[in-house]
Design a protein around this ligand. Sequence first.
Ligand code: C5P
Length: 290
Amino acid sequence: MITSITISAPAKVNLTLDIKGKRPDGYHELETVMHQINLLDIITIEKQETGIEVVTSSELVIDDETNLAYRAAALILEKYNCQAGVKINIQKNIPVGAGLAGGSTDAAAVLKGIRQLFDLPVDDRTLHEIGLALGSDVPFCLQGGTALATGRGEILSMLPDSLVLTMVIVKPPYQVSTAEVYKAFRLEQVKRFPDTNAFIESWCNCDMIGMCDHMENVFESVTEEQYAEIKTIKNQLVQLGAIKSIMSGSGPSVLAIFDQLAPAARAFEIIKKTCQETYIVSSYLKEGVL
Ligand code: C5P
């Protein structure tokens, strides 16, 4: 019988992000292409007699019962009437409040980990439903890879692993609240919308230039307005050789696509001098892919 399990929890970026309107339930209708990257939190879950405990390596993560990983554990243990408890250790490498789904991917890893650790009879569909009760990005984090997400973000159409991208991610030194960004979003202020269908066509044809041409994020109209530095970082990345640079999710992280490793490595070295949370990453390939 296993008593502990360690799993990696990859961050995501949004390669396109469009808002189609407000829904009667108060959420927004999304159309976004999400893509996992190999910037990973490492989650270890240990069985314990009772209770849930969360320990993290980051001072920025609240480790009480409001933590999404804690809530994920509570929800699945209660639903399956598990009397035992768990200790969850989160080695935090994904920046917090960054638009990279750090909290959601930890929650997804906890759901998968507890299912395996306690051998719970939970099918993927049910896990997806439990995930959605925790947050709109959790279903994608459970699924992984690259997907077109619509609805609240939970209706997922998987896309092929066409391209392995080299990226530089820059997280400015502040956090952004997703709820606040949605609240401040005004359709009439958006200057550029993504052509999601054209993006997907390029993606499926392994056409990196075409794909980059159609990458846009409508939330830049909100977050860039408040933090001018985001635009400066995007421009700097393009000057350093990126084919395209956009903000990820509700921000403030910026992602830049490079067609070669050398300019990406150079951009990473230069930007890291002024922005500590800078990363060079590539697409996250699930085991057995490519
Ligand atoms: O689903 P999640 O809890 O991650 O969403 C955080 C906040 O972002 C929600 O409270 C809501 O205000 C907003 N949101 C939205 N439409 C979505 C996803 C999130 O308005 N599709």
